[in-house]
Design a protein around this ligand. Structure first.
Ligand SMILES: C[S@@+](CC[C@H](N)C(=O)[O-])C[C@H]1O[C@@H](n2cnc3c(N)ncnc32)[C@H](O)[C@@H]1O
Length: 323
């Protein structure tokens, strides 16, 4: 990434102080939790890419197949000279389906919180698409952000795959879809992938695979606290747990303490009882009607939606009401 897109020293200090604040707040609450966005440091992003290759993690496979089928239809709606803006772009792999089908795209703006993933993806795409201008945006898409100047006067298409929207509770998901609408601007279209409700016998293994890669991804949060906040938590004293919460229609991931223990983090003493858990992630599962209602509450109109015939996963093309 160019210097302009790298975090400055004061931004890095701010980021590490907000990590410390959020970790201490989450671990001193009555019910302990950590924000899922902190999974994605360099090691976490690499582990997520390994998760995408797992046989149990159907999400990547099914969404990729669905996108492959529908991109000609979507690409036909993309105006000449448009900008593609992606939320939580990670390795930008699914993006290539759109870029290949829509060579009329002039700009690509990947937004991600993971500097390592964003830098790698930008370098790879720059090399693979020489006529495309890639303008990576490093940051938290739940915080106020602005599009780079060169794309502000362009037609804009948003892209939000991976069912990352499912990591947000319904009210927060509405807020995020609404602020995405503000960022993308009048007339924008927004292609969003959202995982749909299915049997817990399929859902749970997707978040608790046989090889333990998802467990390592979850425990990387503890390793990150050790690395960045100078703590000495033993990840082996915690167990990865994934559970289907039918009431809230979500998979929950937890780190469960295997014993009574005390850890020191940034000068604070945190105690865990045996069996006490840290709630690290929610992955809400939608119905087509439920996701449509959420998008409409956020001010979008569902212009089209596609689902896999055999496997419940939805891709929704949203349009700003004036589009
Ligand atoms: C579930 S992964 C999806 C990656 C990719 N889009 C895909 O479909 O495979 C979520 C991605 O969103 C990024 N992310 C998570 N929370 C974020 C936030 N609050 N702001 C910006 N990026 C975020 C992560 O770094 C990660 O790359």
């Amino acid at each position: 990434m160019s210097n302009a897109q790298r975090l400055t020293r004061s931004e890095q200090e701010l980021e590490s102080s907000s990590f410390r604040t959020d970790v201490l707040r989450g671990l001193t609450a009555r019910r302990k939790s950590l924000p899922a966005k902190y999974f994605y440091d360099a090691a976490g992003s690499r582990l997520f890419e390994a998760i995408c290759e797992l046989p149990e993690y159907y999400l990547t496979r099914v969404e990729t197949a669905l996108l492959t089928r529908i991109v000609p239809e979507v690409a036909a709606l993309i105006p000449q000279g448009a900008a593609l803006v992606e939320f939580g772009s990670g390795a930008s792999v699914k993006t290539r389906l759109l870029l290949d089908a829509a060579p009329q795209l002039d700009f690509y703006v990947p937004i991600d919180i993971s500097e390592a993933a964003l830098g790698d993806a930008a370098r790879t795409l720059n090399a693979a698409y020489p006529t495309l201008t890639v303008l990576p945006l490093l940051g938290d898409f739940t915080a106020p952000i602005a599009l780079p100047k060169p794309v502000r006067q362009r037609p804009v298409v948003g892209f939000f795959p991976g069912s990352t929207i499912g990591n947000f509770a319904p009210a927060a998901a509405v807020d995020l879809l609404r602020s995405a609408g503000t960022l993308l601007g009048q007339g924008a279209q927004f292609l969003v992938g959202a995982d749909l409700v299915k049997s817990p016998s399929v859902l749970v293994p997707a978040y608790d695979d046989a090889q333990g890669v998802t467990a390592a991804f979850n425990k990387n949060l503890l390793a990150r606290i050790n690395r960045e906040l100078g703590a000495a938590i033993d990840p082996d004293r915690f167990r990865h747990r994934a559970v289907w919460n039918a009431t809230d229609s979500r998979i929950e991931m937890h780190l469960v303490s295997l014993q009574d223990q005390t850890v020191e983090i940034a000068g604070r003493t945190i105690t865990f009882a045996a069996g006490e858990s840290i709630h690290t992630e929610n992955s809400y599962k939608f119905t087509v009607a439920g996701f449509t209602a959420l998008a409409e509450q956020a001010g979008w109109r569902v212009q089209a939606s596609w689902t896999d015939a055999d496997f419940p996963f939805g891709v929704f093309l949203l349009a700003a009401p004036d589009a």
